[in-house]
Design a binder for this molecule. Structure first.
Ligand SMILES: Cc1cc2nc3c(=O)[nH]c(=O)nc-3n(C[C@H](O)[C@H](O)[C@H](O)COP(=O)(O)OP(=O)(O)OC[C@H]3O[C@@H](n4cnc5c(N)ncnc54)[C@H](O)[C@@H]3O)c2cc1C
Length: 402
């Protein structure tokens, strides 16, 4: 009987396991997860679960029975420590052979290694335990929270920490958060949203941490010390490539894979955050750290493992919720860089769609507090058809007719 192994129990790994059965694979499927949990999703860790709106059960990709019913063997707390030719080795020393393997090892929060960085009160956010520890620390309010990094996770935590009644300062290298992702104008909208909710932004370089009795008391920067009773470091994530690297696979900002998600060695595939995959639309490799990417690449990788010529060519998608603002972004940041932004709707009320238009076509779109338009936005992007900018901006013209 054929045996497929999946390394990594995140959304990509769990999705691939389910897709193998969905596609009729009746061989053995073994999923090895380093964490002591059944696969779970991470977006709620800085949103609904963190703010207490959703219970713990809601974060799991599937209930445990779901895997059992499909004879998918999930081994938790079982990190894979080595990958060889058609075999993996677990931390326990057990060796498991495979016909095909999927590496879905995800990414890890990037660490800030400066003096004082091991002090108590300095938090990172990647796992459910990180989320619970941080929530316990801020939920009572009254903390002087300093968030290092003005990316998506930093801003979501800033919003949630304000919601729990804490003082929040965000330290960033650039004056405008998210500018590299969505441009200065829209980044400014997020900054103003946070300022209106009492968050202070400072452009600073972090040099070290001040501590007393082993706990953080301040963040030392190039322009003075910012007092802190609690620090959250959100400076990005790095792909977990150690296994692949040690096995001699081609690795460069992730595991290099083609549009079928096949890696540089026979019978090895990669999906999710760890995969730096060739995308046929932008005609270059992209590594996406998004929920929808884990889902989409998980499915395509499973089909490729079965020998189908599946291609991953989805439009990248992600979302965020901060205060009363919810948004969805679809599109190709690579193509949107330098494109013209056309707005439809009410920007002052933060109810609009922003379209990035390059060479007459929509290459990305972001709907802010406007719902049920994402499929139309994606369709505009995938069709690549020329659009009339005046009609794009005109709310009376249905997107589907453009
Ligand atoms: C707090 C937070 C909020 C987020 N919010 C959003 C959002 O709003 N929208 C969005 O689109 N995306 C969001 N993301 C990103 C999204 O969660 C990731 O893109 C997604 O989790 C990637 O899934 P994955 O399966 O590739 O990797 P992961 O979820 O990282 O899972 C990989 C798993 O593999 C395990 N592993 C690693 N090495 C080994 C090994 N050697 N052996 C066994 N197991 C191993 C890891 O422990 C981990 O459990 C957020 C991420 C975080 C941390």
């Amino acid at each position: 009987m054929e045996r497929f192994v999946i390394v990594g129990g995140g959304l990509a790994g769990a999705t691939a396991a389910g897709e193998l059965r969905e596609q009729g694979f009746d061989g053995e499927v073994h999923l090895f997860a380093a964490e002591p949990h059944s696969p779970y999703i991470r977006p709620p860790l800085s949103k609904e679960y963190f703010t207490g709106k959703e219970a713990r059960d809601s974060i799991f990709v599937h209930p445990d029975d779901w895997y059992r019913e499909r004879e998918l063997v999930v081994s938790t707390a079982s990190p894979v420590v080595a990958l060889a030719d058609h075999a993996v080795t677990l931390e326990s020393g057990r060796e498991v052979w495979f016909d095909r393997v999927l590496l879905a090892t995800g990414s890890s929060a990037r660490r800030l290694e400066v003096a004082g960085s091991s002090a108590a009160g300095i938090h990172y956010l990647r796992t459910v335990e990180d989320s619970e520890t941080l929530r316990d620390a801020v939920a009572g309010g009254g903390q002087n929270v300093v968030v290092i990094g003005g990316g998506w996770i930093g801003l979501e935590i800033a919003a949630a920490a304000r919601g729990y009644g804490n003082t929040v300062t965000v330290l960033m290298r650039d004056a405008i958060p998210l500018a590299s992702a969505i441009g200065e104008e829209l980044g400014t909208m997020f900054r103003e949203l946070h300022e209106a909710n009492g968050v202070t932004f400072e452009v600073r370089d972090v040099l070290s941490f001040d501590t007393r009795d082993g706990s953080v008391t301040g963040v030392v920067t190039n322009a003075g010390t910012v007092p802190a009773t609690l620090v959250v470091v959100g400076i990005g994530a790095d792909p977990n490539v150690e296994l692949a690297d040690a096995a001699g696979l081609e690795v460069e900002d992730g595991i290099l894979v083609d549009e079928h998600l096949a890696a540089s060695a026979n019978d090895v595939f990669a999906a999710g955050d760890v995969a730096n995959a060739y995308h046929p639309v932008v005609m270059q490799r992209m590594r996406n750290e998004h929920w929808a990417n884990a889902l989409g690449t998980g499915k395509v990788a499973a089909r490729s493992m079965l020998g189908q010529k599946a291609i991953f060519d989805e439009v990248p998608y992600f979302y965020t919720d901060q205060y009363d603002l919810g948004m969805e972004y679809s599109g190709y940041p690579l193509l949107a860089d330098g494109a013209k932004v056309v707005y439809r709707g009410n920007r002052a009320k933060r109810e609009f769609i922003a379209f990035w238009v390059a060479e007459g076509s929509v290459v990305a779109g972001m709907n802010v507090n406007v719902w049920d338009v994402n499929e139309d936005v994606k369709e505009l992007i995938t069709s690549g058809r020329a659009v009339d900018e005046a009609k794009l901006a005109d709310e009376s013209v249905a997107l589907s007719t453009l």
